[in-house]
Design a protein around this ligand. Structure first.
Ligand code: SAM
Length: 332
C-alpha cells in the first residue's frame, strides 16, 4: 500500500499530477475469468502503448495469458490482427482450447442450463476422466465459486461472497454465457498454446512486427503472492529477462515493485515506470512496468537508479522528474 509522503519539493509534485488508479468498472470485461492478478487495470496503458507504436505490430504474444484480458481487448478493439495466448495451467488451458476448437456456444449453453448449488458444484468438479469441454466447464465453475477465483491447491469455496450470497455471488450465468458467445467474433484470430511462455517468447523474438505483453507469476526474490495464486508459479525470472533482451519488436512486462525485479531490469538495460492500481482489497498499490523505451509513459513516476557517487542530494523516489536514461546506460 502506498501513502505518498509529503514532499520536500511540493512544486515538483503539483506540476506533474501523478495519475490515479484506473476504475476497472469503466473497462469492457471481455474475459470469462475473474482472474487472480488479472490485468483489467492495465487496459488503458495497453491501448496507449499500441497507439504509440509505429508501424503497428500485427501480432500480440501473451506468454502468461491467464484470463487473457489484454489479448482479448487487443482483438475486440482491433488493436492487433492476431494474438498468440500461452498458458501452462491445464484447467485454464482447457477453457481456451474449448474456445479455439469452436465450442464456445456449447460452454455458454452448459453455463445457463446449470443449476448452481454447493452440492451440484461439488458433484460436477469431482468428476474425473472428463473431456476437454467438460474440464473447461469445471474450470469456470471453480473460478466463479472459489475464493478469489483461485484454482491453485488449497483454494476453497467462497464463504460469504458479494452481499452474503456465498457460493453463487459471482455466478452470473447470462453474462458469462454472453462472454463466451462473443468470443466467437474473434476466435479465428486466436492461437492458443499450452506451452512454456519463455520458450514461446524465444520462438517469436526475432520478428519485428510482434509485440509481447508479459505478465509472469510474481515470485521473483521469493515473493509469496504468485505461489498462493497459481499452480504454475516456479519461473526462472533471470531466463525470462534474458529472453526479453532478444526481442526485436517491442514488449511490456508487469511485475510487483520488488528490489530483485528492479535490479534484473537494470542489469538488462530496461526502463521502468510505476503505475498505481487498486488491488482486490481496494488498497492502492504500485505495479512495475518494464520495457525497452518508456518515454511515452512519462506521466508515470520513473524508477530511479540507485544513488551514484557524485549525487549528493537525495531525490524523493516518487518525484516525477523527467530524466530519461539512454538505453543500456545503467548496466552495472
Ligand atoms: C499473473 S498471471 C497472468 C494474468 C493475466 N495477465 C490476466 O490478466 O489474467 C500469470 C500466469 O502465468 C501462468 N504461468 C506460470 N508459469 C508459466 C509458464 N512457464 N508458461 C506459461 N504460463 C505460465 C500461470 O498459470 C498464471 O496463469
Amino acid at each position: 500500500m502506498t501513502s505518498r509522503q509529503s514532499s520536500l519539493f511540493p512544486d515538483l509534485f503539483q506540476e506533474c499530477d501523478i495519475p490515479k488508479p484506473v476504475n476497472v468498472a469503466s473497462i469492457p470485461q471481455r474475459s470469462p475469468f475473474r482472474y487472480p492478478g488479472g490485468k483489467t487495470w492495465f487496459v488503458p496503458t495497453f491501448r496507449a502503448w499500441v497507439g504509440n507504436l509505429y508501424p503497428k505490430p500485427k501480432v500480440l504474444v501473451e506468454p502468461f495469458a491467464g484470463g487473457g484480458i489484454i489479448s482479448l481487448t487487443g482483438l475486440f478493439e482491433k488493436l492487433v490482427d492476431r494474438v498468440v495466448m500461452v498458458e501452462l495451467d491445464e484447467d485454464i488451458a482447457a477453457v481456451w482450447l474449448t474456445v479455439v476448437q469452436g465450442h464456445s456456444e456449447w460452454l455458454a449453453r452448459r453455463i445457463v442450463e446449470f443449476n448452481l448449488t454447493k452440492e451440484s458444484v461439488i458433484k460436477e468438479i469431482s468428476k474425473t476422466d472428463v473431456d476437454v469441454k467438460e474440464r473447461a466447464f469445471q474450470t469456470i465453475l471453480k473460478n466463479r465459486t472459489f475464493h478469489g477465483g483461485i484454482l491453485a491447491e488449497g483454494s476453497g469455496f467462497l464463504k460469504y461472497g458479494e452481499n452474503g450470497k456465498g457460493i453463487s455471488s459471482r455466478w452470473y450465468p447470462t453474462t458469462l454465457a454472453r462472454r463466451f458467445t462473443d468470443l466467437n467474433l474473434v476466435v479465428s484470430r486466436i492461437e492458443f498454446r499450452q506451452e512454456d511462455g519463455i520458450e514461446v517468447i524465444r520462438q517469436y523474438s526475432g520478428q519485428k512486427d510482434v509485440m509481447f505483453f508479459i505478465d509472469p507469476p510474481y515470485t521473483a526474490g521469493g515473493k509469496k503472492a504468485g505461489k498462493r495464486l497459481y499452480r504454475h508459479c516456479e519461473l526462472d525470472h533471470e531466463k525470462l529477462f534474458a529472453a526479453c533482451e532478444t526481442i526485436k519488436g517491442d514488449f511490456l512486462m508487469t511485475y510487483d515493485n520488488a528490489e530483485e525485479v528492479k535490479s534484473m531490469a537494470r542489469e538488462h538495460g530496461f526502463q521502468m515506470r510505476l503505475i498505481p492500481m487498486n488491488n482486490t482489497h481496494h488498497a492502492t498499490m504500485e505495479e512495475l512496468v518494464i520495457g525497452k523505451e518508456l518515454s511515452w509513459m512519462d506521466q508515470y513516476p520513473a524508477v530511479h537508479e540507485p544513488e551514484t557517487e557524485y549525487r549528493t542530494k537525495k531525490v524523493p523516489t516518487n518525484a516525477c522528474t523527467r530524466t530519461r536514461r539512454p538505453q543500456r546506460a545503467s548496466r552495472r
